[in-house]
Design a protein around this ligand. Structure first.
Ligand code: SAM
Length: 243
């Protein structure tokens, strides 16, 4: 059985896909999808030898060697252009996910869907998608074992026909508060609109963290600390308004 988090990612992979799961660790996601018959071909990419070995063992133990190829290498370097039509990258920071996509841009031709699950730094992923012609088609948020995860799914702009920028146009909500571009990039254009209980919990927690940082900074006399504090207080105000 997959975790709730990996299960939700699995649901975002269409039947008949040729999948590349980058940073696959134990190759749990491609193994599950191959067993279900959802993917017709899978590549499990790993940059570290330990997780790579674990993936090889997992695939062998499941008798899936014919469907899943485990490859050692950095990011998208493990795939050839046109080899995968869906790419999943899960369980790492958003900045790292964005840098993997940036470094592997040439491999994205022919890819029809990206399913990305940053543990932190979701804004970096949304910014990369926006700047590189990918349209965010959906966002999911879930809580498992006391952690909150976001899953972002995107398709090439040419496929969706919609302008990715349109997602980040300032949004005026029922109470007259406007969510601007920066807020939508960090809090999620779909998630802001949905305002689910888990999302509210996440941002209430983030606010609390910022409040503690500000309280610590408030004791300091330096100019740099004061300007940092002002910056964080402004961010807190934006988050509070939207919540
Ligand atoms: N994707 C799995 C999941 O979501 O459960 C595993 C997540 S695990 C926390 C992150 C994995 O990404 C690690 O096994 C790490 O070795 C791998 N990784 C980190 N940077 C990578 C890169 N540039 N290319 C490929 N794999 C990478």
């Amino acid at each position: 059985r997959l975790s709730k988090r990996l299960g939700k990612i699995a649901q975002e992979v269409p039947a008949g896909s040729r999948l590349a799961d980058i940073g696959s660790d134990h190759a749990l996601l491609p193994s599950y999808l191959a067993k279900q018959g959802t993917i017709i071909q899978g590549i499990a990419g790993e940059v570290n030898p330990g997780p790579y070995d674990a993936a090889v063992k997992q695939v062998r133990a499941s008798g899936l060697e014919k469907v899943i190829d485990v490859r050692l290498g950095d990011g998208l370097a493990v795939i050839a252009p046109g080899e995968a039509d869906v790419i999943t990258i899960a369980g790492m920071g958003g900045v790292l996910i964005a840098s993997i996509l940036e470094a592997g841009k040439a491999k994205l031709e022919g890819v029809r869907r990206l399913v990305l699950q940053p543990n932190v730094g979701e804004a970096a992923v949304r910014e990369w998608l926006l700047g590189n012609g990918w349209f965010l088609t959906g966002e999911h948020i879930l809580e498992e074992d006391g952690k909150i995860y976001e899953i972002l799914t995107a398709v090439p702009r040419t496929e969706s026909g919609a302008d990715p920028e349109s997602l980040y146009e300032p949004l005026t909500m029922a109470d007259g508060i406007t969510a601007d571009r920066a807020v939508l990039l960090s809090m999620g254009p779909y998630l802001v609109r949905e305002a689910s209980a888990v999302w509210t919990k996440k941002w209430t927690y983030e606010l609390d963290k910022l409040r503690k940082i500000c309280d610590n900074l408030a004791g300091s006399e330096t100019e740099a600390s004061r300007s940092k504090e002002a910056e964080f207080r402004a961010e807190m105000k934006r988050i509070e308004e939207v919540l």
